[in-house]
Design a protein around this ligand. Structure first.
Ligand code: ADP
Ligand code: GN1
Ligand code: MG
Length: 362
């Protein structure tokens, strides 16, 4: 085991000695490890990405507030993330290199999926994010800091993209001509949802803001959704964008970084399954207006994520973890193909939401 990790773990009282610590998961932001003790207990050790999260102390304060709040309503320990304090009683540990680390209880007998392996699994993840909305519906939103200001502010993402394009620091713009053209052609759409907030048509709520299916843990035997993880971006947002991000990631027929764009399209059977799960859980709390915006929000978050990947490509991959030099460009291409497909399926998506809301799906 790496000496740095040994030093960090020595600040935790995990009850027995550590036998293993392996890199874990498919997250693009933090550095995650699966830790096991000689008694067979497991923990998630994570280093917070402080380039992305500039206020890790405020972020950890959010996490403590959110998990404490949810634990008062949800008594099953596998269903709410649990932080382990250091021996000194803090919920994070800062080492000499100024790295911020934290430890969570590893949710027992769980499984995490990177794609919707069945309709039922995706319906279940819809229920999980719908339930997450419900659990936090009366959370005092003013107590949360914005861990990333303007995180899902699509016009602001456009501004940052245009800055990256103008600077073109590593001269990559010439290799992304069609993608840049697509992004610029979609600019008028970017403020569609935020305008609705400004006009008072939809509210800001406590939202997760990163609802990829790999941020849900399922029971290994029954595939029941247990726990929503990755609370770092939970802050005020638009509920329909949480719906949309799940569709963007797992409603796609292909992976987020698929090279063969023929394989990239929105699967309507998956869309329906997710919508059924999500709406069945939170249609009491969300307004019809908000739920009817889920199709546009699916396109918005897909476009926005593509804009972010492309900007990061132009900025020499400073934000998202990559596995090879063109990775962010490949990811951006997938998002734009998917967003264009969603445009063609907008009416169909809307009809599905209407039929679910009118049927009173349980
Ligand atoms: P990132 O911000 O990098 O995406 P996450 O917090 O999502 O990091 O963690 C990465 C992965 O680790 C998750 O996708 C999930 O598979 C796993 N994971 C996170 N927390 C737990 C936990 N408490 N128990 C079990 N697995 C977890
Ligand atoms: C990042 O951390 P992870 O991998 O769950 C990113 C999301 C993007 C996603 C794209 C804090 O999520 O916003 O949608 O990658 N998280 C942050 O896969 O930027
Ligand atoms: Mg994650």
């Amino acid at each position: 085991m790496d000496q740095n990790i040994k030093d960090i773990l020595s600040h935790y009282d995990l009850g027995s000695s550590i036998v293993r610590c392996d890199a874990y998961g498919n997250g693009h932001i933090n550095w995650t490890y699966d830790v096991e003790t000689n008694k067979g207990r497991r923990y998630i050790l994570q280093r917070i990405n402080t380039f992305v999260f500039r206020d890790p102390v405020g972020l950890m304060r959010n996490t403590v507030l959110l998990t404490d709040f949810m634990r008062k309503k949800e008594k099953d320990p596998r269903k709410v993330l649990e932080l382990i304090p250091t021996k000194e009683g803090s919920f994070y540990y800062v080492n000499e290199q100024d790295e911020y680390w934290r430890v969570f209880v590893f949710v027992e007998n769980c499984i995490c999926y990177d794609k919707a392996e069945s309709l039922e699994l995706f319906r279940e993840s819809g229920r999980a994010f719908g339930k997450f909305q419900n659990l936090l519906a009366d959370f005092p939103v003013e107590s949360l800091i914005e861990t990333i200001p303007n995180f899902h502010n699509t016009p602001e993402r456009y501004r940052a993209f245009e800055e990256a394009l103008a600077a073109d620091v590593v001269k990559r713009a010439s290799s992304a001509g069609p993608e840049i053209k697509y992004v610029l052609s979609q600019k008028p759409f970017a403020s569609f949802l935020l305008d609705k907030v400004k006009n008072g048509l939809i509210p800001l709520r406590v939202t997760h803001n990163d609802t990829k299916i790999n941020n849900v843990l399922f029971d290994r035997k029954t595939n029941e959704a247990l726990c929503v993880v990755d609370l770092d971006t939970t802050m005020p947002g638009i509920a329909a964008m949480d719906f949309g991000d799940c569709i963007r990631y797992a409603g796609n027929n292909a992976a987020e970084d698929e090279k063969d764009l023929e394989k990239v399209f929105l699967r309507m059977d998956l869309f329906r399954a997710f919508a059924e799960g999500f709406c069945s859980m939170c249609k009491e709390n969300l307004t019809r207006e908000e739920l009817l915006l889920c199709p546009e929000a699916s396109k918005m978050i897909t476009l926005e994520t593509g804009v972010r990947f492309l900007a990061d490509y132009l900025e020499n991959d400073v934000y998202f973890h990559i596995a090879y030099p063109e990775h962010n460009l490949d990811r951006a291409r997938v998002q734009f193909k998917l967003a264009a497909d969603m445009d063609n399926k907008m009416e169909e998506m809307r009809n599905i939401i209407i039929s679910i809301l009118d049927q009173n799906v349980k």
